[in-house]
Structures are given as C-alpha cells and as structure tokens.
Design a protein around this ligand. Structure first.
Ligand code: NAG
Ligand code: NAG
Length: 437
C-alpha cells in the first residue's frame, strides 16, 4: 500500500514537473526571440563546417507571402524622373521602425544589391536606431530570392525584424512580374550562417539574370536617394551596406547632436577604417588606433584610392587618442577639401540629392559631396566614433565593364560641374575654370 502510494506520488510529481517545464518552454519560445546568436559575418566563412542547424524560429508554416508582402504590388510603385527605375517604398517595415525614427536623432540609410545583403546582420546588431534599406532586384528570379532571404533574415535576426525597413528598386529593362517565394526552402536555411546561406541562394539565380546584372550598371544613386527619403529622423547617416558602425553609434550621435550648435550647413564626418579580417571588431578608438599602428587597420581605401578619405586627415584624428574624452566631439574641421573626397557623414536630409545621371561606377558619391562643398557645407570630423569595413583592400585591376562605366560617368561629370556652377555661382575648387584651359 505504502509502496503504491509512493509510486503514485512520484508519477503525480513527474506530471506536474513536466507540465511546468512545458509551460516554461512555451513562454521561452514566445518571449525569447533573441536566441539566435548575432553572427559576425566575416568569421563565419572560415569557421569549421558545423552541421547545419534548423532556423531558430522554424515555425514557417503560418507564413504566406500574401500577408508578408501585402504591401508589394508589382503593378503599382512609382517611377524615377527618367522612367527607367520603379520604386516600392516600405514594402517590408521593421516592427519598431517608426518608433525608432522618433526615438533617435539619426536614421541609417543604406542600399544593397542581393550580393551584399548578409552585411545587414552585423550592421543591425550594432546600430540600434532605424535602418532604411533600399534593395535592387532585376527580374523575377532575383526578386524572389531576395524576398526569401529577407523572410529568413527577419526570422533569424530580431534586430533586422525590428529595425530595418526595406524599399525596392527595379529596372525597367528587367521588371519583375510575379511574387513566388519558395518558402519550403526556409527549413534548410541556417540562422548561424547568413553569408553561406546567401551564397547558396545566389547559385539559384538564372545565368541570364546574372549576365544582365553585369551588363547593366547598378543604379547606386537612385538607391541612395530612395533610402535617404524613407528616413524620418532629423538626420541621416548614409553608408554603404558593408560599413559597420562602432559600438552604440546611434546613442552617441544622439547625445552629440542634441547639444551641437551648428549655425550654418554642417556635415559631421565619421571616419571609416578598413580592418584585417582576422581581428576582433575594436570596442573603442584607443584599440582602433593601436591596431592601426600594427598595420591591422588603416583608413578605408588607403591603398585602392587614397583621395576617397584623405581629406578626413586620419593622422590628426589619431593623435592623442589615449587622453581623449569618450564623449563624442568635433576633432577638427576638414581644411583640405579636394575633389573625389567621399566621406560618410551625418547631416539633415536637406543636403543635395545624389545625382541620378550617374549610374554604375564612378562619380556617384563624390559628386554629391562635391555639390555639398560648393553649396557651402562645412565638414567636421567627429571623434572617438568610427565605422569599419572588413578586409584590407588591395588594388586589383578593374574589370573592363567597370572602367567603361567610369569613363561614361566622367563625360557626364563635365555637364554636372557646369550645372553646379550655374546653380551656386561658386567654383571653389576651380573645376570649371580649369576645364577651359
Ligand atoms: C578600449 O578597449 C580596450 C580593449 O578591449 C580596453 O582594454 C580599454 O579599457 C578600452 N578603453 C576605454 C577607454 O574604454
Ligand atoms: C592634417 O593635419 C596636419 C596638422 O595636424 C596638417 O599639417 C596637414 O596638412 C593635414 N593634412 C590634411 C590632408 O588635411
């Protein structure tokens, strides 16, 4: 009798314990959505080939593309001024996107083709404000792979789900017609390996689309304007998608801008370094400067195209890093502005737009910065904050298509600089005067 009672007691206890465990698991599933590790992309590639894990949040059954992409009607959208690119604003909105635009003074605006979309994982884990992202898709296959990848990103990375809003740009010459996302393949997409997953998806793109993309220039400036104009904070920080902000950059800029007393046209430059792939992301400027002294970090594009960031004056920025205040402050103004300078900067979005006649490579970002300079903007370099591009860049010979695009744009620049002169009646770098010689 006693024996039976004990067994009964034991089984009742077991049932209770199991039930509580079950409830706890459910609660964990409901609330602990941030279970997925935030993978640092560069290092995933070199990691050992661990067996693929299922997505952290593998409840894919209740997704239907009709509801996820209810805002994306390919028959609507709006045209650019030349009717060559069609836009779809906010077709996928971050759950906290509008709120973050109110909470922070600066919104991050960025743009990407399918090839670099995995960079958003790291960017969205360090930038805590709103992120306005313009993506480019040529053809049905590319669009549907992008949409699949965005669902995957939102499922695996809660920061992307919360912070990022996506806008789409499609070319007239290869306009996607239908949305047919292969949701079944989500089950095989590993949350721990966003870049490998993307590489696998890219293999599914048709050869025709891949070829079309190489032959037709990427409309960077259209995408930049699309991303910029969908930011709703007072200021915009426009970057390329593979530029990673330093720790708490949004919060730190907030503190600075609320006190900043800019009486004229100010653009705040945030220095960009390129970093050896083998090292850890530097947690602060002191560490970055130490890495630079060892040759593991250096100004972005220092070897590829020095004019790109030269006027930022990195040697000046680096001196006295040890004694410096940790509060964001102006290190120095840019005093040697030169044509081809293209820093990443923070400014209100009343800055001139990116001129959309420049398509493809060359004269895209620097022409906009040049117009700002002619318009009278002052460029002020901030410290101790920074951004990083992974990988020390070395000069490689450019593919012929890139050289061709650059030459095309150089011709267009001749007209552009005359227009800028006519508009502002100023020629501080003697660009127009010199061309008469
Ligand atoms: C900067 O980072 C280094 C390396 O992690 C650390 O030792 C140092 O204390 C940090 N300095 C400041 C001022 O936070
Ligand atoms: C950088 O700053 C130093 C002074 O700290 C100055 O001598 C030098 O001309 C500056 N270089 C550029 C490119 O602005």
């Amino acid at each position: 009798m006693v024996q039976r009672c004990r067994i009964l007691n034991l089984s009742v206890t077991a049932v209770i314990v199991l039930s509580i465990y079950n409830v706890l698991l459910t609660v964990k599933l409901m609330y602990n959505k941030d279970d997925c590790p935030h993978v640092k992309i560069q290092h995933v590639v070199s990691q050992s080939s661990a067996p693929p894990k299922p997505p952290c949040n593998s409840q894919v059954n209740d997704i239907s593309t009709d509801t996820v992409f209810s805002k994306l009607d390919l028959k609507l959208g709006r045209w650019d001024n030349k009717l060559i690119i069609k836009y779809f604003d906010n077709f996928l909105v971050g759950d906290r996107y509008s709120q973050l635009n109110e909470d922070f003074t600066v919104c991050l605006a960025t743009q990407s083709s399918i090839e670099k979309l995995s960079s958003l994982v790291e960017v969205s884990s360090t930038w805590h404000g709103a992120i306005s992202t313009a993506v480019y898709a040529a053809g049905d296959d590319e669009l549907n792979l992008i949409l699949l990848y965005l669902i995957y990103l939102r499922q695996c990375f809660v920061n992307i789900k919360n912070r990022v809003s996506f806008h789409l740009a499609v070319p007239k010459g290869r306009m996607p017609k239908s949305i047919q996302v292969d949701l079944a393949s989500l089950a095989q997409m590993d949350c721990n390996r966003p870049d490998v997953t993307l590489q696998q998806l890219l293999k599914r793109r048709s050869a025709i689309t891949a070829k079309w993309r190489i032959k037709n220039p990427y409309p960077q400036n259209h995408l930049r304007n699309l991303a910029r104009k969908n930011c709703h904070s007072g200021h915009v920080f426009l970057t390329d998608v593979d530029i990673v902000p330093s720790d708490l950059l949004a919060e730190k800029l907030d503190g600075f801008l609320k006190k900043a007393s800019c009486t004229k046209l100010c653009a705040y430059v945030i220095p960009t370094y390129e970093l050896d792939n083998r090292i850890r992301f530097p947690p602060n400027k002191t560490e970055l400067v130490r890495l630079a002294s060892k040759g593991l970090a250096r100004p972005f594009h220092h070897k590829v195209f020095i004019y790109n960031q030269f006027a930022t004056n990195f040697s000046k920025w680096q001196t006295g890093a040890n004694e410096e205040s940790q509060e964001v402050h102006i290190s120095h103004p840019v005093t040697n502005f030169e044509f081809l300078y293209e820093p990443f900067y923070v400014a209100p979005d009343t800055a001139p737009p990116h001129d959309e006649r420049f398509i493809g490579y060359g004269y895209t970002r620097n022409t906009q910065v040049y117009e700002m300079y002619v318009a009278g903007y002052e460029f002020l370099v901030l410290s101790p904050i920074f951004t990083v591009h992974w990988g020390l860049q070395v000069k490689r010979s450019r593919p012929p298509w890139r050289e061709h695009q650059n030459n095309q744009n150089r011709k267009l620049f001749d007209t552009f600089k005359r227009e800028v002169f006519a508009k502002y009646k100023k020629d501080p770098l003697h660009m127009v005067a010199n061309s008469h010689r």
